[in-house]
Design a protein around this ligand. Sequence first.
Ligand SMILES: NC(=O)C1=CN([C@@H]2O[C@H](COP(=O)(O)OP(=O)(O)OC[C@H]3O[C@@H](n4cnc5c(N)ncnc54)[C@H](O)[C@@H]3O)[C@@H](O)[C@H]2O)C=CC1
Ligand SMILES: CCCCCC(=O)/C=C/C=C\C/C=C\C/C=C\CCCC(=O)O
Length: 256
Amino acid sequence: MDLSGKIAVVTGAAMGIGKAITEKLLQNGATVVLLDVNETAAKTLMEDLSKQYGQDRTLFLSCNVESEEQIKAAFQKTVETFGGINILCNNAGILNESDWEKTVSINLLGVIRGTYLALKHMNKTSGGRGGVIVNTASMAGLGPLISCPVYTATKHGVVGFTRAMSGASTALGYGVRFNVICPGFVQTELLSDPNSKMGQFSHLVDVIEQMMIKDGTLNATEVADSVLEMVTDETKNGAALMIFSKGKQYITFPSM
Ligand SMILES: NC(=O)C1=CN([C@@H]2O[C@H](COP(=O)(O)OP(=O)(O)OC[C@H]3O[C@@H](n4cnc5c(N)ncnc54)[C@H](O)[C@@H]3O)[C@@H](O)[C@H]2O)C=CC1
Ligand SMILES: CCCCCC(=O)/C=C/C=C\C/C=C\C/C=C\CCCC(=O)O
């Protein structure tokens, strides 16, 4: 899939992995709409991006993925401005085991809200042009991160939702591919002060530190390279890609 002229929307685009995905898509010719709640970080990033890629290749819209109304308005604005949506990266996520309902609302429900609302514009059976949705899960979507049970649950949910949507989209002729990335530890703000984010499990912070020492960490650009692969490789549909510091691997799930 050639990205020139393609319209991409990235959630949680102001920082970390979302910022790296945004830059990667821009470098490869796409126009990118950045959605985020952090207006300060987004504005600084936008100044940089418009200098590098031109003012007409990017648009920032303040949008909280907890709000169906805000996502709907952001997609409407994207379609009015650029004519459609070809690529959606549902990437926004948090780690907060104390406010676990917020964690579910952003990490899992945000992905579902984003997907259903984007399909209204992308689904070929309702006048859309098709495309691809790449969701950001985690290695914690494949196995347990014991200090973060709710985070783990949301990421397992994202993996399952993506795979089921891929099957539904194929069966119903939506023309939209669905893939999911499962990175290990990535050097971003999300990893800062982990102790404070684990609520009642904060005494298990050593487990995380040991895992990071053993497994190493990735930088966000390495993760964005994998997102690019899943966007552009049209053979990938329903794929789950594990990304770790020593390489990457497509997951083979048991067949049902
Ligand atoms: N950093 C890591 O070790 C890993 C992160 N991930 C996942 O990658 C995704 C991105 O995380 P990072 O870049 O590491 O975190 P980050 O904290 O650096 O960036 C997250 C971005 O999402 C935005 N955001 C947060 N809540 C939002 C909301 N309600 N609506 C819209 N935007 C919102 C933030 O403002 C921020 O710009 C998350 O889904 C996270 O779970 C997956 C595996 C490992
Ligand atoms: C401070 C915690 C930050 C959490 C961010 C994140 O998502 C990082 C995840 C890193 C590691 C994944 C955790 C658990 C992995 C367990 C098993 C994986 C099994 C994979 C397989 O072979 O099937």
